[in-house]
Design a binder for this molecule. Structure first.
Ligand SMILES: [Zn+2]
Length: 119
């Protein structure tokens, strides 16, 4: 059986990297309290901001091209997940975070920066 993946081993890919910036905003899920109240009036830590009451913004930046050395694929809850090992940083990259050209990676970063990414 031959399974087609987005990239092959040895392909040059351009990942995008998500980095945090020092830009904190009040958590809109808990209203900045860090807590949510259940119907039985019990309080729990907010799952969106991990009880901090504020969330940190992230930005995406395109990276230089690097060759893939390992491709792995899995089925998680019925969805196909492809991950690629590339470069020398020792981490697998998700299919949704790598592109075939720097321009494509840059374009996706610009698109993602218009949306708001918070921790
Ligand atoms: Zn919160």
């Amino acid at each position: 059986m031959i399974i087609k993946t987005k990239f092959d081993v040895g392909d040059t890919v351009f990942p995008i990297e998500k980095t945090s910036v020092e830009d904190w905003v009040s958590c809109d899920f808990c209203g900045g309290t860090g807590k949510i109240t259940g119907r039985n009036d019990k309080e729990r830590g907010c799952p969106e901001c991990y009880s901090k009451g504020k969330r940190q913004r992230f930005i995406s930046t395109p990276q230089v091209g690097m060759k893939t050395t390992i491709v792995r694929m899995d089925i998680v809850c019925g969805n196909r997940v492809e991950e690629y090992y590339a470069g020398k940083n020792g981490a697998y990259l998700s299919q949704k975070d790598i592109f075939s050209s720097y321009e494509e990676a840059k374009e996706e970063c610009e698109k993602r920066s218009k949306e708001t990414h918070y921790s």
